[in-house]
Design a protein around this ligand. Structure first.
Ligand SMILES: [Zn+2]
Length: 402
């Protein structure tokens, strides 16, 4: 967190503590002398701050480090298993829950499949039960829980933490904080799903030291979380990142938004599956013909067929990848990011198509931004939004802007 600088006034005590706490987090293990040297605070002041953080239970002494001439220094680190944060990823067909400790280590996780898009009240009730169950299984009481983050596929108000609109769930103006009953006293936050994934990549994923990046979620829909200068870019109304509606083929299929050939209509998991079903119905030669009912063909079946050398399946994935490449090219030219991370269901077949996407970017993007960007598949995958949601209460603790 290079942008933060410590001050020396007593009024800045809390701020200084958060700076020191974050330095301990990002350095993993660090001595008081090193903390003094980085922040410019005196050894005495640093002693007071670290004693306070130890007293609050956030950090502890974890042995001695390498000597630089004198005594071996005592190293400080975040105290694992001291405090926890929960993340809930609410979607049309599942609820994922994770519990992580202050260091970002996941200690428990749960997932429930939902057969039909669930009501808001039902999801909140189930989410609360999942959090309570995870705490029970870890033998933790509520006082150890810093907060709960909720990830939702829709538009959120980052100030009020209300869901403005989640179209696929048919939720509108939903207030999570008002709806929690068992966990009503625990601080809670809500974030857009793609922005949650970007938060995850920035905290524990491939973009931990990257200020300008785009994290693209590819699943039944496509969306992105954009970081500029180390912060989430939300746009004027909070809807930035709707890259699924970048038009990549004006003669393409009609999209739910009313436009034609949006990225989502040709490169989402749903469009890949629909295309496979349509081709099989048309009699294309493929191992996918083994399905008696084409409706049983899912993304995994297309990926498996492609891995087994099925040409039709491979062509479907390759075509989707070329369209992703076009959208990524637009992002590279517009935003000049240093990284573009492709995640969620995409990670299941990333190895099959990532070179195609890179090839399109290399070929079509402007030379200078293309040379500076790294296009990669996420190493986290489908849990990214739940993890990102769990990271939000940690960001609050470490005094980051949400
Ligand atoms: Zn659209």
């Amino acid at each position: 967190m290079a942008a933060k600088r410590a001050g020396n006034s007593k009024f800045l005590k809390e701020y200084n503590e958060s700076v020191v706490l974050d330095l301990i987090r990002t350095n993993k293990a660090i001595s008081k002398a090193e903390l003094s040297s980085i922040t410019g605070l005196s050894a005495t002041a640093m002693g007071v701050i670290t004693a306070s953080l130890i007293g609050k239970g956030y950090i502890h002494e974890m042995g001695t480090g390498e000597s630089k001439g004198g005594r071996r220094p005592i190293m400080l680190e975040l105290k694992p298993d001291s405090f926890y944060s929960a993340g809930i990823d609410m979607d049309t067909d599942y609820i994922k829950a994770v519990l992580m400790d202050i260091t970002g280590k996941v200690v428990n996780n749960k997932c429930i499949d939902m057969l039909v898009p669930p009501s808001f009240d039902l999801v909140i009730k189930k989410a609360e039960k999942l959090v309570v169950k995870m705490l029970e299984e870890q033998s933790l009481d509520f006082s150890k829980l810093l907060g709960i983050g909720f990830s939702v596929p829709g538009m959120v108000d980052s100030l009020t933490h209300k869901i403005v609109l989640a179209p696929n769930l048919e939720w509108e103006n939903a207030d999570i904080r008002q709806s929690l009953t068992i966990l009503g006293d625990i601080p809670s936050y809500v974030e857009n799903e793609s922005m949650s994934s970007a938060i995850c990549e920035n905290w524990i994923g491939l973009c931990s030291n990257v200020g300008n990046f785009v994290c693209i979620n590819i699943k039944s829909g496509i969306g992105a979380g954009i970081f500029t200068g180390g912060k989430l870019y939300r746009g004027t109304g909070g809807t930035a990142g709707e890259v699924g509606h970048i038009s990549v083929d004006e003669n393409g299929p009609k999209c739910g938004c009313g436009n034609y050939g949006c990225l989502e209509t040709v490169a989402s998991s749903r469009s890949i599956v629909e295309r496979a079903r349509r081709l099989i119905k048309q009699g294309v030669v493929s191992s996918l013909n083994r399905f008696d009912d084409v409706e049983e063909i899912d993304l995994d079946a297309v990926i498996d067929a492609s891995r087994s050398g099925d040409e039709a399946a491979r062509n479907i994935l390759n075509e989707a990848a070329r369209y992703i490449g076009i959208a990524v090219t637009n992002l590279v030219n517009t935003l000049n990011p240093s990284k573009i991370v492709l995640g969620k269901e995409f990670v299941k077949y990333a190895d099959l198509v990532i070179d195609i996407i890179k090839g399109v970017v290399e070929c079509k993007a402007l030379k200078d931004p293309a040379e500076r960007v790294e296009v990669v598949a996420s190493e986290i995958g489908e849990s990214a939004s739940a993890l990102g949601a769990a990271i939000i209460p940690l960001k609050v603790l470490f005094k980051y802007t949400l």
